[in-house]
Design a protein around this ligand. Structure first.
Ligand code: ZN
Length: 244
């Protein structure tokens, strides 16, 4: 099956459209959280998830909407945009966000979560040490994650237990093998933070066992103009151009 995996759309309609235009052959979509927050098009992005029958889970921004995470823990930019987003959301949007689970099984040993299986909404897996804790505690072939907005791959050799990290700033292609388990960070559709402003997404061929992390250009200036027009913090527009 051809599977599209996206994460951290962050209300960026232009980035989401560009990614979906590249994923036209996909049979099933998954979204690993943070559909909303930061950007100016929360309703469009939520509606699009339903339209494409995307299996979505909560991110920390959805956790803020449901009250599972307190706004107190978010930085000022996130907080301001979440308060703005809450004013835009309709009753059905709150229901939808509340209904989202925190983890998803793609197959029996290929799984998805926003942050980490230990703390689904909050923990970042940014280094080998944190990844090691996850590989040791949980049994899986692939964990797809988001949250950091930095695409990359941790590989774990099941015999010698060596962990390696590969960044995917320019994309990456991974062929799954018998010896390894993997944590694959899909990066962010709508607010990349690895210095590459292109939207990030994943194509996963579950029959061939091939994972492609891909990047695509989108209409950044249009997304920026909407953020300014909505009176959201200017930094949220500026950062899109430089991918931070
Ligand atoms: Zn995010």
């Amino acid at each position: 099956m051809k599977i599209g995996i996206i994460s951290d759309i962050h209300s960026n309609r232009e980035a989401l459209e560009a990614v979906l235009n590249k994923l036209t052959n996909v049979e099933q979509f998954y979204c690993l959280g943070d559909i909303i927050g930061y950007g100016a098009d929360p309703i469009y992005c939520l509606e699009k998830m339903k339209e494409i029958d995307c299996l979505c889970i909560k991110g920390n921004h959805e956790g803020a909407i449901t009250g599972e995470l307190e706004l107190y823990y978010f930085n000022d930019y996130a907080k301001q945009s979440l308060e703005w987003t809450m004013k835009q959301l309709r009753e059905q949007d709150f229901h939808y966000i509340h209904s989202l689970p925190k983890k998803v099984d793609i197959t029996n040993d290929i799984l998805g979560v926003h942050g980490s299986p230990r703390q689904p909404l909050w923990e970042y897996i940014l280094d080998e040490q944190t990844a090691e804790g996850i590989f040791n505690k949980f049994d899986f072939k692939v964990y797809f994650i988001g949250h950091s907005h930095v695409p990359g791959i941790f590989t774990f050799h099941r015999n010698n237990r060596i962990i390696k990290y590969f960044e995917a700033t320019a994309g990456a292609d991974l062929v799954l093998d018998e010896k390894h388990s993997y944590i694959v960070n899909c990066g962010s559709v709508g607010q990349p933070r690895d210095g590459n402003p292109q939207a990030s997404y994943v194509l996963f061929d579950s029959e061939k066992g091939v994972i492609n992390i891909k990047r695509v250009n989108y209409a950044i200036e249009r997304a920026q103009r909407k953020i300014i027009k909505a009176h959201l913090p200017h930094f949220l527009a500026q950062r899109l151009a430089i991918g931070i």
